[in-house]
Design a protein around this ligand. Structure first.
Ligand code: PHE
Length: 453
């Protein structure tokens, strides 16, 4: 499995492919709703601080583990220390939980792209539209099936190499569009500037440990960390490419797009609702409610809406491909079965978890797990429980078993220097594991209602 690994076409190829995985619904759909919900500016501040410290160190570590071992996550942990092989397995469970509900949201995006294409823009801007759509039993399921089906076909035929090419076109268009929409909203919508202040000015009275819990979960999710994806990418990376520089570029892409997406959505929601906390805390439906309203007020709004939702669809697709690819290759490795069989198994798992996630908004609306809607439960279980566990174990593994030197040596191959070596060592050995542990305990206590934080 380690022999003849293909590699990326070069430095930019690696960055684009990794950014293709990182930039997706996490940035455009999830980040804005969390930022709106957890107090705007304070969430943004915590998120950026975590991204520069935790995010950076973990990403460097994961890419380096992959490149050093040239193996898939499971193989990599096993090769370095048998006792840690289970971390690779745990890491593979995360994307199998995310992929199904990710595809449900991917389906919603497709529905909106289709709606704009077929001239339904006016209806989509109505308040009740989104609720009416996800409240139906069948239609969201059909869109979900389409989204996961397209992902599976691409993975099955192994044409993921196309990701590099898709990302090359998609990223710049997406950035320009989001920026344009944000500026348009700020300049034309009454009250949007107050929303801007809400989004960027930290209000420390809104800080709670849940801000950090949410920001950290979002960081792992958005940067595709703590699930072996970056290990896989690292295993395809050539030795002469700088891991540190690539990590920085991926972070800039990822955090930049998330920031801009917040800029596009939060001031608008704030303005439309007059700063109503309930509207800001709306959760998963935030983007779908706000954007069609912005487009409705915009010259050529329908065309912009079409291009926008198609781009978001592509961003979601490059991410879902990387999610599925990881699970497929892990199952292949672990059970020694072929690619096709493995692909069908993953498709089966995705349908089994995806259907309830979708029905949680309609027929199964009354079902709550630990007080959460089904989709929110999967989201919480992967981002706030499993990912911190994997990240914690990765830190312990790198800090105390493998030793940070093995990672920094790998980073410094072929004359590259790791500028932030000290920060890296301290982060991986002490700060990151301790913080993750505190955060993990708080989110468990919170969800089981033991302590309300
Ligand atoms: N990082 C992706 C996003 O922000 C989601 C994702 C998570 C993709 C995990 C792959 C792995 O949308």
């Amino acid at each position: 499995m380690s022999s003849n690994r293909s590699s990326f076409t070069g430095k930019i190829g690696f960055v684009l492919a990794a950014a293709g995985s990182a930039v997706g619904l996490g940035n455009i759909w999830r980040f804005p709703y969390l930022a709106a919900k957890y107090g705007g500016g304070i969430f943004l501040l915590v998120y950026i601080a975590l991204s520069l410290t935790f995010g950076f160190s973990l990403m460097v570590a994961e890419i380096a583990i992959g490149r050093k071992t040239q193996l898939s996550p499971m193989g990599a942990f096993r090769a370095l220390d048998k006792r840690f092989a289970f971390v690779g397995v745990l890491g593979a469970i995360v994307p199998s939980i995310i992929l199904p509900y990710y595809s449900v949201i991917g389906g919603w995006v497709m529905k909106y792209a289709y709606g704009f294409i077929t001239g339904d823009a006016f209806n989509m801007a109505q308040d009740s539209y989104f609720g009416g759509f996800i409240g139906q039993t069948w239609e969201p399921l059909v869109w979900f099936a389409l989204f996961i089906g397209i992902t599976a076909i691409i993975v099955l035929f192994g044409v993921e190499k196309g990701i590099e090419k898709v990302s090359k076109v998609m990223m710049p268009v997406l950035v320009v569009l989001i920026l344009f929409i944000a500026i348009f909203t700020l300049c034309t919508v009454d009250g949007a500037l107050d929303g801007l202040i809400y989004y960027i000015k930290p209000d420390f009275s809104k800080f709670s440990i849940m801000t950090v819990v949410a920001a950290m979960g979002q960081l792992f999710y958005s940067m595709s960390l703590a699930m072996g994806i970056m290990i896989t990418f690292g295993s395809y990376m050539k030795k002469d490419i700088s891991i540190e520089k690539s990590t920085k570029q991926i972070e800039i892409f990822d955090t930049g797009i998330a920031f801009l997406a917040g800029l596009m959505i939060i001031p608008a929601v704030y303005a439309f609702s007059g700063g109503d906390p309930e509207a800001l805390g709306k959760g998963p439906s935030l983007m779908f409610g706000a954007l069609p309203k912005i487009f409705a007020n915009m010259p050529a709004g329908t065309v912009i809406g079409v291009v926008f939702f198609v781009m978001v669809f592509l961003a979601a697709l490059t991410s879902s491909i990387s999610l599925m690819e990881t699970v497929v290759s892990t199952i292949q490795d672990k059970f020694g079965i072929g690619r096709k069989a493995s692909c069908f198994i993953v498709l089966g798992i995705s349908i089994a978890f995806g259907v309830p996630s979708s029905l949680g908004y309609s027929a199964w609306g009354g079902v709550k797990i630990l007080g959460l809607q089904i989709l929110d439960f999967f989201d919480f279980a992967s981002n706030n429980i499993l990912m911190p566990i994997v990240a914690f174990l990765t830190c312990i593994f790198v800090g105390y078993i493998l030793k940070p030197k093995a990672i920094t040596d790998e980073v410094e191959l072929e004359g590259n220097r790791l500028k932030h070596k000290k920060t890296f060592n301290i982060m991986i050995k002490y700060v990151a594991p301790l913080c993750i542990l505190i955060i993990l305990i708080s989110s468990v206590l919170d969800v089981f209602g033991i302590v309300k934080i």
